[in-house]
Design a protein around this ligand. Structure first.
Ligand SMILES: [Zn+2]
Length: 299
């Protein structure tokens, strides 16, 4: 199953990242102007098309494609999908737009983080021509028709060019990676603090600003609908600080990236009450540790 109806108008599309269900989601807001928020890795674009079909939306119907940020698991497939969506406008934060038009540097920096082998599995994003993209700044408003409006909110910290999307009427918040990873089958949260531009103060400020919008539910890319809004916000802000502090201490002791990652995996397993983590969870932990190390070197 590729599409799950999660509220009156919204579908969760599972992009089956690297064939794995329940790890990288996108959201479709149905209505007069169907809107796709995020679209997974470049290699997942067929899953997104299958999800649209299951939800009863033709690619040619899609009016807005909103990559919340340019990371490969959110915007990777945008360049390919947009070719099948002649009526769609891409909307992205102004600081992300240059990377959508020319993904060369994004591909280089992602390859440094993940390596050639993993990049081959993720797939590389296709460029998007500038005339198809509308850039937004601190806040923007979108009319999706039928009385549904959305507010696009700049949400830096995870990445400086990230936006989240609030559906104004239902107060449904599509968080992007402003909140941590909350796999439905795991009772723990993993902070999303990746390289190259993770900024803890900005991330915590974003959590505070999003909380002010008083969302009724959170639609999280990794992964699914959360009604425990306060817990997700609280735990995100708390763990970002805890992880930064702990990684700092472990690095001062001379521990390597592998050793620090293993220590943080231990914390997640303890939180979750489990004895092992799925490979995708381990990759998330390691990526977050890399982002914190990079931040500490910058600071
Ligand atoms: Zn992500």
């Amino acid at each position: 199953m590729y599409a799950t109806k999660v509220s009156e108008r919204v579908y969760l599309l599972d992009t089956y990242a690297l064939g794995q269900p329940g790890t990288v989601g996108a959201y479709l807001v149905k209505g007069p102007k169907p809107t796709l928020v995020d679209c997974g890795y470049a290699s997942s674009y067929e899953s997104v098309l299958s999800g649209l079909a299951e939800a009863g939306v033709m690619p040619t119907d899609v009016r807005y494609l909103i990559p919340t940020h340019v990371h490969l698991d959110h915007a990777g497939a945008a360049g390919r999908l947009i070719k099948e969506m002649p009526n769609a406008e891409v909307i992205a934060h102004e600081r992300g737009v240059p990377h959508l038009i020319d993904p060369t540097r994004l591909i280089e920096s992602s390859t440094r983080v993940f390596g050639e082998m993993i990049m081959g599995l993720y797939g590389t994003p296709d460029p998007i021509s500038a005339e198809r993209i509308t850039a937004v700044g601190k806040e923007a408003h979108l009319d999706l028709g039928d009385g549904v409006t959305a507010t696009l909110i700049h949400s830096p910290g995870h990445a400086p060019h990230q936006i989240s999307v609030l559906l104004d009427g239902s107060k449904t918040l599509l968080t992007a990676d402003a909140v941590g990873i909350v796999y439905p089958d795991m009772k723990a949260l993993i902070p999303t603090t990746p390289p190259p531009s993770f900024d803890p103060a900005a991330l915590v400020a974003t959590v505070g600003a999003l909380r002010q919008t008083a969302p009724s539910e959170l639609l999280v890319p990794h992964f699914g609908v959360r009604k425990d809004v306060d817990w997700v916000f609280d735990r995100t802000a708390e763990l970002v600080q805890l992880w930064v502090d702990k990684v700092k201490i472990l690095r001062k002791k001379g521990m390597s990236l592998d050793e620090v990652s293993e220590a943080m995996e231990g914390d997640v397993m303890r939180d979750a009450g489990v004895k092992d983590l799925a490979i995708y969870a381990k990759v998330s932990v390691r990526t977050s540790v890399m982002g914190i190390i990079r931040y500490l070197e910058r600071a």
